[in-house]
Design a protein around this ligand. Sequence first.
Ligand code: NAD
Ligand code: AHE
Ligand code: ZN
Length: 375
Amino acid sequence: MKTRAAVALEKGKPLQILDVDLEGPKAGEVMVEIKATGICHTDEFTLSGADPEGLFPAILGHEGAGIVVDVGPGVTSVKKGDHVIPLYTPECRTCPSCLSRKTNLCTAIRATQGQGVMPDGTSRFSLDGKKLHHYMGTSTFANHTVLPEIAVAKVREDAPFDKICYIGCGVTTGIGAVINTARVEPGAKAIVFGLGGIGLNVIQGLKLVGADMIIGVDVNNAKRAWGERFGMTHFVNPKEVGGDLVAHLVNMTKRGADQIGGADYTFDCTGNVTVMRQALESCHRGWGESIIIGVAGAGQEISTRPFQLVTGRVWKGTAFGGARGRTDVPKIVDWYMDGKIQIDPMITHTLTLGDINKGFDLMHEGKSIRSVVAF
Ligand code: NAD
Ligand code: AHE
Ligand code: ZN
């Protein structure tokens, strides 16, 4: 069949809106009509050419929501008509990683996903007879896509696609980093670096679990009001700190008789390796944990003095907020529908597929929190 898609023909170039060919689902796969998709910074990261796993031509997009329109042989967990959120982190429940209960990083199909193909090693997408790569196993910048059944979460049918698509990455990543990865306790002091589509969800998660002090750090002053809207208690623009940022943040978080400063938890939501170091070093001696959420380009490395770790600071990373998609995503949709978490205000722009490149421009200009393409 034909479907309309925004195709990344080559790195660094605007997406092209084209009618592409899509084969039906094979065994264990489902076809989903995508109703809405968010544009995450990771799509921009891959499109820019910075992603060592980036493949072209490809159909990007990993933050979608839609309806199952066809199922391949042997599919049992979803059926035609079900509302689903595609999962770039699948949950097979049978691989060693899923069974370990120690990680959400299901390994059932990770190798082929990274090669831009379905688990059988082939692509369902093509253009003029030439293969198009899948992206993150999801390719939600297409009106229809094919995914393994283990890579979709069935969700309630009364939830609006143009909002819950954001749960497919940003919302779950930010809130999950707080709840699943850091396991932040009430009363904690936290610092969030980068107040974009992920960082604001970290702030919303911190507020949800009862953190006392939530410091937001961003180079864009327009983000102050955004952070405050979701629970940030203090804002720091590094460009306006007249000295060392880490010393400034440590000073802000001083407590107790010894007046030693440092946050209990810090979160990097920028993907900048210099910021990642600042985030680690802003943690409290003895127990502070720094969670890396941002993804950094090929060749980028993090560094710090080992002394920072010797003295008890912990560096951790998180993908998809540590969430097990088929189990956790439907619950997060319920939280949204019950008013426990906010999504609507963060979706600053709703675009047509034809305007998808505008969504990338808005991100570059720092004018959007999340742009969503509604089909
Ligand atoms: P975004 O573009 O919406 O937000 C980034 C924010 O960081 C912006 O507000 C920007 O002003 C700020 N920023 C940039 N440089 C800064 C600096 N030096 N100091 C402080 N703030 C700075 O991006 P996003 O969609 O929120 O994504 C954030 C990062 O998280 C990206 O690297 C993205 O690829 C990554 N990500 C990771 C996961 C995961 O599972 N680990 C999931 C989603 C996104
Ligand atoms: N391909 C990149 C890594 C990108 C990355 O870390 N992706 C995150 C999700 S970002 C969503 O916006 C992730 O899930 N990582 C775990 C995994 O298995 O990829 C690179 O650097 O090679
Ligand atoms: Zn993402």
